[in-house]
Design a protein around this ligand. Structure first.
Ligand SMILES: [Zn+2]
Ligand SMILES: [Zn+2]
Length: 375
């Protein structure tokens, strides 16, 4: 009783500690609101027109930023559907076998009815011992959340949540609006920052808020811009951060572009089909998070020919299968059908640009993600 009690106390303490980075960000945002609205706009800016315009634009960006941040933090990550969990009899069967190869045989049999195309490095079926399930493509076990997370990108300490299929769009918008927030503050605070050094500001405490506002907003702008550009590149390439570090392995081998369908389709997979939802932090990503269209489906002879039923000849066979119990949305199915305007080479970033970006990509992010992400 005692060990499990102390373990739960330890877990409880850890859960509280995980909120510290979020609290830190919240305090900085609260201070920046006070410094910008009260100290800069109301106390220091004399021109009424300038004051009103700054306050209006500031509040629009502020609301979008806080909304996206809130959604990233409080959207529960999605876990694999029950079809991927082992049944009671399969669990017993697996426990009875002590040889790895026989266990793989059982897992392969179960995987046949599921749209699973990726494997481990050694070619085995990806199985999570802890959750007792076959991992859907792009799904990874997060050791912080202690769960398998669909299309896991990374575990982000700044939002105390896993960034994955359920909230990746919110995370992108959070990066976008926080960057806009910092850039707007930097740009509008600049002339008052210059006045600070030329003794053009009245000698009140507002001048120190103006000074620190400029320093902090410009510093955050630089780091947010690098992170945002990196994630834009990932969206264009249809890769998660984990997949950028380690390419997914398919039956025919490793393929870093295994899930890429071309820029437009890749973008729509995250942001959805309807343009009006793109800038708003409401869920509009395509698919169910358990299966992803891949152009490599037909290279895998052991699997259903297409989870999306793109080939009309296979459509009826695919519909007859047990999976997916929840049919893939029509919007996702469309991702594999060939529409001329969505061709692969439409606006795809060329490999030279990608290689250049990778060489410039700050090493700190790689290190940070390696540290915080587990799979
Ligand atoms: Zn797991
Ligand atoms: Zn996590």
């Amino acid at each position: 009783m005692a060990p499990s009690g102390s373990r739960s106390i330890k877990r409880g303490c850890q859960r509280v500690l995980y909120w510290i980075p979020v609290l830190f960000i919240a305090l900085i945002v609260a201070w920046s609101y006070y410094a910008y609205v009260l100290q800069l706009c109301i106390e220091s800016i004399e021109d009424t027109g300038e004051k009103v315009v700054y306050l209006l634009v500031y509040h629009v960006i502020f609301i979008m930023f806080v909304w996206a941040y809130w959604q990233t933090i409080f959207t529960k990550p999605m876990n694999p559907l029950k079809e991927f969990h082992l049944s009671h009899s399969d669990k017993e069967l697996l426990e009875r076998e002590d040889r790895g190869e026989s266990q793989q045989e059982i897992l392969r049999r179960i995987a046949k009815d599921l749209p699973i195309y990726t494997r481990t490095n050694s070619g085995a079926i990806r199985f999570c011992d802890r959750c007792q399930l076959l991992k859907p493509d792009r799904c990874h076990h997060c050791s912080v959340c202690d769960k398998c997370i669909l299309k896991m990108d990374h575990h982000c300490p700044w939002v105390n949540n896993c960034v994955g299929f359920a909230n990746y769009k919110f995370f992108m918008l959070f990066l976008l609006y926080s960057l806009l927030y910092c850039l707007f503050i930097t740009a509008t605070d600049l002339q008052y920052f210059i006045k600070f050094w030329t003794n053009g500001l009245p000698d009140t405490q507002a001048k120190f808020h103006i000074l620190f506002l400029f320093f902090s907003a410009s510093m955050f702008s630089v780091s947010l811009a690098s992170l945002f550009i990196y994630h834009c590149w990932l969206v264009c390439k249809n890769r998660s951060t984990l997949e950028a570090v380690r390419s997914p392995v398919f039956r025919h081998g490793t393929d870093k572009n295994g899930f890429s369908l071309g820029f437009s389709k890749n973008f729509r997979q995250v942001f959805g089909d309807e343009v009006k939802y793109w800038p708003i932090p409401v869920f509009s990503s395509l698919g169910d998070g358990c299966s992803f269209p891949t152009c490599l489906v037909n290279l895998d002879p052991e699997q259903p020919s297409s989870p999306t039923g793109s080939n009309p000849a296979n459509k009826s066979a695919a519909e007859g299968r047990q999976f997916p119990s929840k049919p893939l949305r029509e919007s996702q199915s469309r991702l594999l059908t060939s529409t001329p305007s969505w061709s692969e080479n439409e606006t795809l970033l060329d490999d030279k640009t990608a290689a250049l970006y990778q060489s410039l990509e700050p090493l700190i992010f790689r290190g940070m993600f390696d540290f915080f992400s587990s799979h």
